[in-house]
Write a protein that binds this ligand. Sequence first.
Ligand SMILES: Cc1cc2nc3c(=O)[nH]c(=O)nc-3n(C[C@H](O)[C@H](O)[C@H](O)COP(=O)(O)OP(=O)(O)OC[C@H]3O[C@@H](n4cnc5c(N)ncnc54)[C@H](O)[C@@H]3O)c2cc1C
Length: 392
Amino acid sequence: MLGVFDSQTLGPGFELSSEHLLIQRTVREFIEAEMAPVVGDYLEHDAFPEAVVRGLADIGVMGLPFPEEYGGSGAGMVAFALALEEIARVSPSVAAIVFAHSSPATLIFLNGTEEQKREWLVQLAEGRIVGAIGLTEPSGGSDAGAVRTKASWDGTSWILNGSKTFITNAGTPMSGVAVVAATTELESGSGLSSFIIPADAPGFETGEPLHKIGWRAADTREIFLRDCRLSPTSLLGKPGEGLRQMLTAVTYGRVCVAAIASGLARACFEQGRGYARERVAFGRPIADNQGVAFKLVDVAVGLAAARLLTYRAAALVDGGQPFRAEASMAKLHATETAFEAARQAIQIHGAYGISREQPVSWLLGEAKVLEIVEGTSEIQRMLLARLLGISE
Ligand SMILES: Cc1cc2nc3c(=O)[nH]c(=O)nc-3n(C[C@H](O)[C@H](O)[C@H](O)COP(=O)(O)OP(=O)(O)OC[C@H]3O[C@@H](n4cnc5c(N)ncnc54)[C@H](O)[C@@H]3O)c2cc1C
């Protein structure tokens, strides 16, 4: 508990290695050359940017955190955070696709059998398919243990019935697999279990895409499980381990969301500064007014702290150390910084900030999503209150 404030837990990773810098540069070059010119069109039409995702797969982004033997590059979480930050600086939506894809891959990597990793993780890490994680249900997402989807064993197969909502990457042309939480009967009562569901499994259906104010290029929709019949090898780990597995994956995801939020806040800072220096009012650039300059300074300070918190949490992952509190701190601070940064960047742009033709106008919706996914800000505060010994 005290370790959160112990200087030793700052850990390794603040010095970026030459490999980290190479990954950062490679992703940045791809984003600027291949993604930036086309991404606005996908966002405008709520369309999944398949060509961009395949391009990211080609440069190895989809498998950055996973070992080479399973199709990844073994570059680790700091490298993945740097990549997500670079992507989010130009499109948080596309970064969201990559992050959401990493969650089922993480679940299979941490909990899968060798056979499951060979069958699914390799394809995911190589980016030949995209994956989804199915936890949230129409009745709620914050209370992860309250899943109503049921899985029963009929002697030869698992049969799943229920529905999930707000599932990212479930219905794209590249969607190949979803890892879904369902309640199973155990000797000790009932508990959650995770299942690997191929996109072509009988009884697995997806709804229409949901239209959102952010993550517009990311495909988000409902999943319906209607007597969805799965082989015994679809169970991930043992029955009853699902809640722990899902919460662990979500904790990794918080580091990813913090990285996306850092990239988004950086976009707000850069666009806000650029506009403030050019826009003239009362005979001088608006940046020369403290009322404008101080907004950007506050964004920059929040961003600097967000990046440090994010890299610290990612470095703890890479160092094999506990990172729950650090992941929540990074997620909470970075996403709230990103939302405030988007609010201020739009304010600085005045009426132009409201125009959909200005990239800055998209960032408020993008930032709002980040305060909700992977545990809302309230849930992060609730968790931290426990982890810091403030409340039970
Ligand atoms: C764009 C998008 C993509 C998503 N992608 C996925 C995905 O791929 N897979 C997936 O499983 N889910 C996904 N989600 C769902 C997301 O994880 C949930 O929205 C989130 O967990 C919150 O759940 P909820 O929306 O049901 O809100 P609820 O749980 O209903 O909460 C509503 C409000 O009440 C607050 N609240 C709840 N309990 C407490 C409490 N104890 N104390 C204080 N406040 C509380 C919450 O903070 C929130 O403000 C996605 C959501 C969005 C918006």
